[in-house]
Design a protein around this ligand. Sequence first.
Ligand SMILES: [Zn+2]
Ligand SMILES: [Zn+2]
Length: 313
Amino acid sequence: MAQLKLFLSIIFSFIFITAVESIGADQKSYCPSEITKVVFLGTGTPNPDPQHSGNSVAVVVNNTPYIIDFGPGLIRKAAALSPRYGGKIPGLETKNIKRAFLTHLHSDHTTGYPDLIFTPWVMGRDEPLEVYGPEGIKAMTQHILEAYKEDIRVRLYGLEPANNRGWRVNAHEIKEGTIYKDENVSVEAFLVEHGSWPEAYGFIFTTPDRTVAVSGDTRPGKNLVEKCKNVDILVHEVYSHEKLKERTPFWQKYHPQFHTSTHELAEIAGQVKPGLLILYHQLYWGVSDEELVKEITDRYKGKVVSAKDLDVY
Ligand SMILES: [Zn+2]
Ligand SMILES: [Zn+2]
C-alpha cells in the first residue's frame, strides 16, 4: 500500500510539473533584480503634461546609469532618485551620468540634451559624455556646444571652479548591431519604423541578469518582434486604440504611421512573449492607466504594467 502511495505521488508530481512547464514554457516570468534596474525618468509625450515628464529611461546596472532618450526634465528626475535628494539609487547622482543612447532626433526625445551635457558637468562630471544615436546626432551636438560656448568659457576661465573635460561630448553615429559594450552591459541597436523618420532605433540591453528592450517610437514592424523575442522586459510606446476614433481625421491618419496602438501592441507582445511588458510614452487621450492596460490584457495574457514617472522595475 505504502509503495502504491509513493508511486501515485511520483506520478502526480510529474503530471503537475509538466503542466506548469507547459503553461510557462514560452512565457518568461518577471522577477525583481538588485543588479539591473529599469528607471522611468519621464514617460511623457510632446504634450507638456506636468504628471508625465519628458521621455527618458535609465537602465542602471551595478549602480552605473545608461540613459535612453533625453526628454526635458530628465536630470532633475534622475536626481529625485539619488540619495542627495532622498532617493535610494546612488548611481543616479548627477555627476555619474556619462553614457546615453538616443532612439531618434524628434524634439520630445532631445530637448533635454543640453541639460544632459551641462548639468552633470556643473555637478562635477570629470570626463566627456559618450552619446550614441542616429545620423545627425554629431551635428546636433556641435550646434548645442556652439550655442553654449559663452557659458563654457565663463565657467572655465571665470571664477567658478570647473574641470575642462566634463563639458565635452563624444557623439557616435550608430548602425544596426552591437553599438556598445562594457563590464555591465552590451547594447544592441535595431531599426524601427517611425513614420517619415529615415532612421529610428530601439535598443536591447543585455546585463548580467536581464535583457531589457526599449522600443523607442515605432509603428508595428517585424524587426522589433524578431530582435526582442523572449526578453525579460519589453518597454514599449503605445496609444489608446479606443480613443483614436475620437481624434480628427488628420491625426487618425498620422498615429498608425508613427506609433503603436494598444491592440497592435497586444499582438506584438503575443509574439515577443516578454517576462514583463511596460507601457511608456503613453498617449491616453483621457483613458486611465488601468483602462490602457485593459485594452491590452483583453487580448494578451502576459504581465503588463503602465509606467509612471520615477517607477523602478
Ligand atoms: Zn518620435
Ligand atoms: Zn516621441
